[in-house]
Write a protein of this length. Structure first.
Length: 123
């Protein structure tokens, strides 16, 4: 190697550039990084992300199952309470259909007034 042409070994670097000038060395390192190291790094990150998503998905399924179980228990308790009170258990779809047709909506004040009228008539 001839030092006067700029292709001498660079002793300031641990590995040295060997027979390349600084700009050629940087270009080669950049090319290697984009061709080899970056895809490896991205593949490793993607695999790590996929594993995290898989764990989160399983955790989410468990939480969703618990929420559905609690909601169903609440519906059973509500149905039992309404049965004890002697009220009709109406689904959301049925209730909205009844409201749209204009009938079948339970209003507390109307029932209380009807009860008061009944007791006043009986007295």
């Amino acid at each position: 190697m001839t030092p006067e042409k700029g292709f001498h070994r660079d002793l300031s670097q641990p590995s040295g550039r060997k027979s390349r000038c600084r700009s050629c060395h940087r270009r080669a390192v950049k090319t290697y990084h984009h061709a080899v190291r970056k895809p490896r790094r991205l593949a490793a990150l993607e695999a790590e992300r996929a594993a995290e998503w898989k764990a989160l998905e399983a955790e989410h399924r468990e939480r969703a199952k618990a929420v559905k179980k609690a909601a169903e228990a609440g519906r059973r308790r509500q149905a039992k309470l309404l049965a004890e009170l002697g009220m009709e258990d109406v689904s959301g779809e049925e209730l909205s259909r009844r409201v749209q047709t204009g009938g079948g909506l339970y209003i507390r004040g109307a029932r209380r007034n009807a009860t008061l009228a009944y007791w006043e008539d009986a007295a």
